[in-house]
Design a protein around this ligand. Structure first.
Ligand code: RBF
Ligand code: MG
Length: 311
């Protein structure tokens, strides 16, 4: 799947777009993308996704610190799996946010040389200055712009529409089963493996420390995880992870929790590589142990418990 950062040269044949922020590529997003793919297939057109980086909320509401459900490279991977041919990731700036909605549509029309045939999005999607652009507006202008509006209604699961904010709330309160069901896959955090202090190795449980950046965090504690080195995704690593401030070894308590995973059957070096941790199961809260021996014993127990799936 090719990634573009503007409309110039995106396609030499007709295409249909799915538009939105698409944080998480959850069941609701997948319905929008499926509408675009389905429409494109009927027309013999290709399918593109129109999305934005960074998340518009981080530009429009700075200081809000919006947690992210799918790291950027994961988002692209998931889009490709949905059958999307290319992605246009527009840099979201104050200037773009201030562009009048009508002008935004003209830009798509002109820069695509009228090859863009339709826009699928959530029925309530808005765009342009003052969020004045809507699916209704696209429909009303169809004869002028050649852009068909393809609005998609909400996907209801467990009695309510699936949305990124609902999934963020579920992750934050540890409702990982709900999050996984709405996402269509276990919740995962992806980041580069960075160097820790090496205390884990001294304990006998070396850990890969994941730089999780803006990821939505589940409650602090110990989890059974599946590790996936992004550069060799066929290789999954069974592991136990701790998300916490390590009160047993760290009297000062880091402001930011550390996310680190131990993989019992893996010996090797993951430093500098991208690693995904899929959160499978909450095992226990993080505790302060009176000694390193006590901590070591507990981690050994966590490993046994998770390996035997006695949880
Ligand atoms: N540190 C704690 O202070 N309390 C814990 O309960 C705790 N549980 C852990 C469980 C697992 C499975 C792992 C891998 C680590 C845990 N740690 C805990 C973090 C441990 O102190 C840390 O890995 C080392 O200090 C190296 O960073
Ligand atoms: Mg470590």
């Amino acid at each position: 799947m090719r990634i573009f950062h503007d409309f110039t040269g995106v396609a030499d044949r007709p295409f249909v777009l799915a538009a939105g922020v698409f944080d998480g590529i959850h069941a609701g997003h997948r319905a929008v993308i499926a509408r675009a793919v389905g429409t494109a297939d009927l027309m013999g057109a290709s399918t593109g996704v129109l999305t934005f980086f960074p998340h518009p909320a981080t530009v429009l509401l700075p200081g809000k610190n919006l947690p992210v459900l799918a790291e950027r490279s994961l988002k692209f991977e998931l889009l490709a799996q949905c059958g999307v041919d290319f992605c246009i990731e527009l840099p979201f700036t104050k200037e773009l946010a201030a562009m009048p909605a009508r002008e935004f549509l003209s830009m798509i029309e002109n820069k695509s040389m009228r090859r863009c045939k339709g826009i699928a999005a959530g029925w309530d999607w808005t765009f342009g200055a003052g969020r004045a652009g809507s699916m209704k507006m696209i429909a009303e202008l169809e004869n002028q712009t050649g852009l068909r509006a393809l609005p998609v209604g909400p996907v209801l699961m467990d009695g309510a529409p699936v949305s990124s904010s609902r999934i963020r709330a579920a992750v934050a309160e540890g409702a990982l089963d709900s999050a996984a069901s709405w996402l269509g896959r276990p919740y995962e955090i992806r980041g580069t493996v960075i160097r820790g202090a090496g205390i884990g190795a001294r304990l006998g449980f070396p850990t890969a420390n994941v730089d999780y950046d803006k990821a939505a965090l589940p409650p602090m504690g110990v989890y059974g995880v599946e590790g996936i080195p992004v550069d060799s995704p066929g290789r999954t690593l069974d592991g136990v992870a701790n998300l916490g401030v390590r009160p047993s070894v760290n009297p000062e308590q880091t402001a930011r929790p550390v996310l680190e995973a131990h993989f019992p059957d893996f010996s090797g070096d993951l430093y500098g590589r991208m690693l995904s941790l899929r959160f499978e199961k909450f095992l226990r809260p993080e505790k302060k142990f009176p000694s390193l021996d006590a901590l070591r014993e507990q981690i050994a127990m966590d490993v046994r418990q998770w390996k035997s799936r006695a949880v």
